[in-house]
Design a protein around this ligand. Structure first.
Ligand code: CAO
Length: 421
């Protein structure tokens, strides 16, 4: 079986997390991803959060699978010539440098298009055009400026960032979709195009239900938010809703047996309307099935705190897994709060390749998240990340066609390795 993106060559000029997430996905689908890194240091994440001294960090290895690495100093004349040769040879260029960095390098869209009209030039920046377009942005800044932080956390607490990297990895995913869409359009037009994703836009897209709620506020309180039942008035902006469900079916995180000592002994429980009667039977409140104060979703909204407190009495009498088993038999939507330890040990995630064990020459084996997108005709094999500059020679000769004599000249120019001091 061949891979979906076999034959597509990506010039991967990305670093840190957002860009590398995108190119890793494309690599898993079979694209030949050539990561261009600065000689000596490479992607800064190689050395960040290192758990083993002088070994590429898990931060780096888990975001750069299936890629090849070439070191190139683009501020060196020969280095820039090589980069331009790569532009001529590749189908897609992906970068996520600070605003203006590519133009300062001399690689403007016009120049790229001139060098290779079929080239798709894809970028991630923190913001789109506007007052902040020149700003550098990291994950949590995107969460704060994209509407996630203001709507995450509890009403009476600070805005919160989430551990899921919706700014970085989320925008990387958006960009990957933009790239494959542009590749498809190129099959008709024969031309490349610019693909841009701003992290603020990506986060806002993921937080769109909160923009929905912002507009609903004009027509009355948000009745599914706990604060409605608590009689607390709404202001003019969407408040933080704690663990209330973001959809039309009220839900909460409830304690389970062991919660006093285990920080993850909780279950998410949804009082889905179609199974309300089953919920009443399971928790031992059959009277709620017909009592007009509880029988309809609308009647329940002002008393969600009371209802969930009663359900919690029931969930606290068993472990989250026992509760899950009982509730699933009745099709009651619920999910245990799984720790990273539990996920790392999950046999079914390993069986599907969502959690994979990868061998690395310097660190031994480690766990990673494999490709979460499953294509039936394009199997994703997860291969280790490259060492810094591991493929420099093979790319220069094999991809770009430099002769052995030219390779020697390149080496002595300082384009691929820091000059000895
Ligand atoms: N050879 C020589 N120079 C190189 C090079 C190479 N191979 N690769 C990069 N550089 C140079 C660039 O030319 C540029 O130099 P100038 O500033 O002199 O033009 C510089 O390195 C680019 O670095 P940067 O400004 O992008 O890096 P930073 O560490 O200061 O900022 C970040 C990092 C992430 C804040 C910034 O890149 C950014 O805002 N990116 C866009 C948003 C984004 O993707 N954020 C996600 C980060 S993950 O949390």
């Amino acid at each position: 079986m061949s891979e979906a993106l076999k034959g597509v060559r990506i010039l991967d000029f990305t670093h840190v997390q957002s860009g590398p997430t995108c190119t890793q996905l494309l690599a898993w689908f079979g694209a030949d991803v050539i990561k261009v890194e600065r000689p000596g240091t490479g992607d800064i994440t190689r050395g960040q959060l290192q758990d083993i001294p002088n070994v590429d960090s898990l931060y780096f290895t888990m975001l750069n699978h299936n890629k090849r690495s070439i070191t190139l100093d683009t501020k060196n004349k020969t280095g820039m010539e090589i980069l331009e040769r790569l532009v001529r040879t590749c189908d897609v260029l992906v970068e996520n440098f600070a605003p203006g960095a590519m133009d300062r390098m001399g690689l403007t869209w016009e120049r790229i298009h001139e060098l290779n009209p079929r080239m798709i030039y894809a970028s991630i920046k923190g913001f789109g055009p506007g007052p902040y377009e020149d700003c550098k942005v990291y994950e949590n800044i995107a969460q704060c400026t994209g509407g996630s932080a203001s709507t995450t956390g509890f009403r009476d607490g600070l805005p919160l960032v989430t551990g899921a990297q919706i700014g970085d990895s989320g925008t990387g995913l958006h960009l990957a979709l933009g790239i494959v869409t542009a590749l498809y359009q190129r099959t008709h037009s024969g031309l490349g195009q610019r693909v841009t994703c701003a992290m603020q836009d990506g986060v806002l897209n993921l937080a769109r239900v909160k923009l929905r709620d912002q507009q609903r506020l004009a027509h009355g309180p948000l009745t599914e938010y706990s604060q409605f039942g608590e009689g607390i008035p709404f202001g003019d902006a969407v408040p933080r809703a704690g663990n209330d469900s973001g959809g039309g079916q009220p839900g909460r995180i409830l304690k389970c047996k062991g919660w006093e000592t285990d920080p993850n002994a909780y279950i998410y429980f949804i009082t889905q309307a179609p199974v309300w009667e089953k919920i009443c039977d399971v928790i031992g409140e059959p009277g709620w099935k017909t009592d007009p104060g509880y029988a309809t979703p609308k009647a329940r909204l002002p008393r969600l705190n009371e209802i969930f407190a009663r359900i919690e009495q029931w969930t606290m009498s068993m472990t989250k897994f026992e509760a899950m088993e009982i509730l699933n038999k009745d099709d009651i939507p619920c999910g245990p709060i799984l720790s990273m330890k539990e996920l790392a040990e999950d046999a079914s995630l390993k069986a599907t390749g969502t959690i994979v064990e990868v061998a690395h020459p310097k660190r031994g084996t480690y766990l990673s998240v494999g490709n979460p997108i499953k294509l039936s005709a394009s199997p994703a094999k997860v291969e280790r990340s490259p060492l810094l500059g591991e493929h420099t020679d093979e790319i220069l000769t094999g991809v770009l066609g430099y002769s052995e004599a030219e390779l020697a000249a390149i080496k002595s120019s300082g384009a691929t390795a820091p000059k000895a001091k």
